[in-house]
Design a protein around this ligand. Structure first.
Ligand SMILES: [Zn+2]
Length: 96
């Protein structure tokens, strides 16, 4: 079912309603004033995006914000994983 928008002829408020296509031309009472002098208006189509598409559309400023937030944290150190492994010149620990 699509969401249709109706503009009130009395108060100009816009009411959005989920309506079956077969009832799209039925009058829809205004949510603001209750008037039934409403008419359907052309509204922006909506598109359902996958999560990947949403991520790809993010403004690059968010990448920079994350980079700035990360730069002084322990996770920003590229050697952190190597340091956690200890000194490999001493060989591997004995199996017990
Ligand atoms: Zn109204």
């Amino acid at each position: 079912m699509p969401i249709y928008e109706y503009r009130c002829g009395d108060c100009q408020a816009v009411t959005a309603v989920l309506v079956p296509i077969s009832r799209a031309d039925d009058p829809c009472p205004c949510e603001a004033c209750g008037s039934v002098r409403t008419h359907r208006i052309v509204s922006r189509p909506s598109v359902r995006l996958s999560n990947l598409s949403k991520l790809e559309r993010l403004d690059p400023k968010y990448d920079r914000m994350v980079d700035r937030a990360m730069q002084n944290t322990r996770n920003a150190d590229p050697d952190r994983l190597i340091n956690r492994r200890g000194d490999i010149s001493k060989g591997l620990p004995d199996k017990t």
